[in-house]
Design a binder for this molecule. Structure first.
Ligand SMILES: [Zn+2]
Ligand SMILES: [Zn+2]
Length: 260
């Protein structure tokens, strides 16, 4: 398996991550922050399975454009795009985005015109989904709206995407039972001095990131990549993380493919 954090900036070569989209083997995407802004339309069209962690804009910003790309594909026998989200997140997508005001209601259009281009599949925490040979398990984490982490398994290898959340426990119990967990992608939004903001917005600081990592059994055998660093504090957070000297821990680079 390979996983990539898609870039989300325009111009320059800053490593800042403004939006969240994690592409797995060019065929499954976790979150729609930036996938719809990808220049390569064939790459976008190759992704027919989209899993959503939660309804915040940095995780959904490009969804309208992504849907537009898929609706404009023009294939004679289209393969539907399937969006996997829990009930409350699916409702937010319908009410806040596909409401004909923010963006056309592609779900209604799809249904009325019998286009077969789009489905929303409701998922439940800890009920795994099998798709394209992958097993994807949603696990509840703790954020200011309903949010799911995802554990992705294939061929004896696995990784976990844990974002957005404040300190939480269940995901570490699930991950500790996994065989072949090679990578955890874990949010780290704020430096320690901004603990107050991390607490009210339910995100992690550097020290909390380190404590979360300790909850995983044999954490030293697993690579950890920090994501979701606030752009204004990017270098500060990275320096703080490096000062922790945690083995196998670094900031995830946008655009780089990580093998699991
Ligand atoms: Zn969020
Ligand atoms: Zn976020």
């Amino acid at each position: 398996m390979k996983v990539q954090l898609l870039p989300s900036t325009i111009g320059g070569d800053a490593e800042h991550q403004l939006l969240s989209s994690y592409l797995i083997d060019d065929q499954i995407c976790l979150d729609a922050g930036s996938i719809g802004f990808h220049f390569d339309l064939s790459l976008q069209l190759g992704v027919k399975h989209l899993f959503i962690t939660h309804c915040h804009s940095d995780h959904l910003a490009s969804l309208p454009i992504f849907l537009d790309t898929h609706f404009g594909e023009g294939a004679e026998e289209p393969v539907p795009l399937v969006i996997y989200a829990e009930e409350s997140t699916a409702e937010a997508i319908k009410e806040d985005i596909l409401n004909d005001r923010h963006w056309p209601d592609f779900l209604r259009i799809n249904q009325e015109e019998k286009l077969g281009l789009l489905e929303i599949q409701i998922i439940q925490e800890e009920e795994p989904i099998s798709v394209l040979g992958y097993k994807i398990t949603p696990v509840r984490v703790d954020h200011i709206v309903d949010t799911l982490a995802f554990v992705v398994e294939k061929g004896g290898q696995s990784f976990a995407l844990v974002t957005d959340t404040c300190p939480t426990d269940r995901i570490w119990e699930v991950c500790s039972q996994l065989q072949g967990l090679g990578l955890v992608i874990l949010e780290l939004s704020f430096p320690d001095r901004m603990q107050w903001l991390a607490t009210i917005s339910k995100h992690l600081t550097t020290s909390e990131f380190a404590r979360e990592r300790e909850k995983l059994k044999s954490a030293d055998d697993c690579r950890f990549l920090a994501v979701h660093l606030k752009p204004n504090q990017f270098e500060e957070i990275r320096a703080e993380l490096e000062n922790q000297h945690l083995p196998g821990v670094e900031v995830m680079r946008t655009g780089r493919e990580y093998q699991i």
